[in-house]
Design a protein. Structure first.
Length: 285
């Protein structure tokens, strides 16, 4: 039996760098992997609206594997956007976290499921609106609704992520403060979004991560987690790097990922996928 049946690829820092374009060599390598019988899915911190252009660039042929979105809080059909699975933050906790960001002078950006609510973000009127608009919303095609506070949302939507654009020098300390305050309720971390050129502090529901979502996806595909290859480059990729049958880190990844990975793609993503498609990674015992 083939050891590896599914290739899960992070987007930012993995499929794409500082620009929005997937390299032709990567597109060709993905096609070879798919032709060899390997399923391919995206596993990203982005929403569907923020991911679909990249998904289209890799030119997969149907049937399509679902895509893991919002750091594992959502699994959707890539072509339709239809939600298959989600793990939301309890609304009172999301409101408390948004207020905590506002108290520190940040615009809180609450991501919801656009397929259900018809809007992508609920955005608070706290903090520097110009920064959020310039560094985040001006760079994507998403629907935004503005509220004084998240708690003012009368429909009490299921919030998938709450985040803020933060100065890089402050992001780590802010994330650590909020980790302590919301321990056991939220996964909080700071990450770099290279496609937007910013650092964000973000929170997901406890238990919402890329590996948990990949387990859900694997059940539907009739495979086990040892048959998954996961490739990523940042701290939100750590659960899938640890949990997949083969976890692969990009060479610029933080030390925690490099240490956890079974392989480091030092020659680049296209070269690694080509080696995988050629069968150079053998079955694990």
């Amino acid at each position: 039996m083939r050891q590896y049946r599914l290739l899960a690829l992070d987007i930012d820092g993995t499929l794409v760098g500082s620009g929005p374009v997937v390299a032709d060599a990567v597109v060709g390598a993905v096609a070879a992997a798919r032709a060899g019988g390997l399923g391919v899915c995206l596993a990203t911190g982005r929403s569907h609206a923020e991911s679909v252009d990249v998904w289209r660039q890799i030119r997969l042929q149907p049937p399509f594997e679902p895509i893991v979105l919002v750091g594992g809080a959502l699994v959707s059909e890539p072509d339709t956007g239809r939600t298959l699975y989600q793990r939301a933050i309890p609304f009172p906790v999301a409101c408390e976290f948004a207020d905590a960001l506002g108290e520190r002078g940040h615009v809180a950006m609450a991501l919801v499921d656009a397929w259900r609510y018809g809007v992508d973000y609920l955005v608070t009127e706290t903090g520097d609106q110009a920064v959020a608009s310039r560094d985040w919303f001006s760079k994507m095609n998403v629907g935004v609704r503005r509220l004084a506070r998240l708690a003012d949302a009368t429909e009490r939507p299921e919030v998938l992520r709450v985040s803020a654009v933060v100065e890089p020098a402050r992001a780590r300390s802010l994330a650590e403060q909020l980790q302590g305050r919301f321990r056991g309720q939220l996964n909080v971390h700071s990450i770099v979004a290279p496609n937007y050129g910013v650092t964000i502090v973000e929170a997901h529901a406890a238990g919402a991560d890329k590996m948990t979502a990949l387990r859900y996806l694997a059940q539907g595909l009739g495979i086990n987690t040892r048959q998954i290859v996961a490739v990523g480059d940042d701290i939100n990729d750590l659960p899938m790097i640890r949990g997949a049958g083969l976890g692969v880190a990009m060479p610029h990844a933080p030390r925690s990922l490099l240490d956890a990975a079974g392989h480091v793609a030092r020659e680049g993503l296209a070269a690694f996928i080509g080696q995988l498609a050629a069968g150079e990674f053998r079955d694990a015992p």
